[in-house]
Every structure is written in structure tokens, then in C-alpha cells.
Design a protein around this ligand. Structure first.
Ligand SMILES: [Zn+2]
Length: 174
């Protein structure tokens, strides 16, 4: 049942880790989790065979089989990758959020992008079920984009009204 080399872990366990890291590090926590996704995703991506489309299709299928949600390829060009995930367990376990939370998936997709695109590019989660979106949306972005600004384009349903200014997430207590 469990594929060789894997362990089972509840998404609530990961959400607990994630919230503890966020409490300690603030917005930098997301990049730490994405690094974990890149480490695991790099191993998975290195084992893929075939052309870019075949490798992407295979890894997205693996993600679904492992319970990471239902992956769908939205766009694949030599320089760009976009993927949606319906039913992300990370978003479900996290609950309400003020910024996208599926950093592990984002990191895996960054590792995938690094193997199938002409050059590595960061991946941004521009919509997340933890923010009320019907599905999580991941897309490669310009590598020159500063990491701290990656979440700014995300629209928050509760703020839909053109509220200007403010920070993308409430400041963390020290
Ligand atoms: Zn998400």
C-alpha cells in the first residue's frame, strides 16, 4: 500500500509543523517548507523518463496517487509551467489562512520545473483553497521577482473591495 521509500504522515501533523515554523520565522517559513518540497520533488523528478510532457504528466499522477490532491496540467511551454490542484490536503488541514499555504507542493513543482524547463524558475501559488479558492493554482514566475513580493498579487476574498495598502498577512507577534 505504501510505496517503497515513503512514509505516511497526517496532513494535520504537517500543518502543525508549518504553523510552528510560521510562529518562529514569519513569512520566511513558507520558503523553508518549499525547500523541503524541492528536496523530495527533486528525487521524484530525477527518476522520471521521457520528454517534458511525459515527465510532467507522470509526476502529477504520482502526486495524486500519494494523496496530495488532484493535479491538472494547465500550461507547459519550454519556459513556463502552470498546474492546478483540487482538494489539497495541506490547505484542508491548515484551515483559514491569510496567504497561500501549500508550500510543499510548490517546492515539488519547482523541482519539476527545474528538470523540464529550459532554466529553473520559481513557482508561485497564486490561488489557494485555504483562502477560499476552488483549487490551488501554481505557476512559474520571473526569477528576478523578490520572494517577499510573491504573495502580493493574491486577492483575498474578504478584502475584495479595493482595499489599498496594508500587508499581505498580519504581522506576527514576536
Ligand atoms: Zn493551496
Amino acid at each position: 500500500m505504501i510505496p517503497p521509500g515513503y512514509i505516511l504522515i497526517r496532513p494535520e501533523t504537517l500543518a502543525g509543523v508549518q504553523k510552528a515554523i510560521e510562529a518562529a520565522l514569519g513569512p520566511a517559513a513558507g520558503e523553508c517548507l518549499a525547500a523541503g518540497g524541492r528536496a523530495g520533488g527533486g528525487r521524484a523528478a530525477a527518476a522520471l523518463e521521457g520528454d517534458a510532457a511525459a515527465r510532467v504528466t507522470r509526476l502529477l499522477a504520482q502526486g495524486g496517487a500519494l494523496g496530495w490532491g488532484t493535479f491538472a496540467l494547465e500550461r507547459l511551454t519550454p519556459t513556463a509551467l502552470a498546474v492546478t490542484v483540487t482538494g489539497s490536503p495541506f490547505a484542508r488541514a491548515y484551515g483559514g489562512a491569510t496567504a497561500p499555504v501549500c508550500h510543499l507542493t510548490r517546492g515539488v513543482l519547482e523541482a519539476l520545473a527545474a528538470t523540464v524547463l529550459q532554466r529553473p524558475r520559481p513557482v508561485r501559488e497564486t490561488a489557494c483553497a485555504a483562502l477560499g479558492a476552488p483549487r490551488c493554482y501554481f505557476e512559474t514566475v520571473d526569477a528576478a521577482m523578490p520572494p517577499r513580493s510573491r504573495f502580493e498579487p493574491v486577492s483575498h476574498p474578504a478584502r475584495a473591495g479595493g482595499e489599498m495598502g496594508g500587508t499581505p498577512r498580519p504581522p506576527h507577534s514576536q
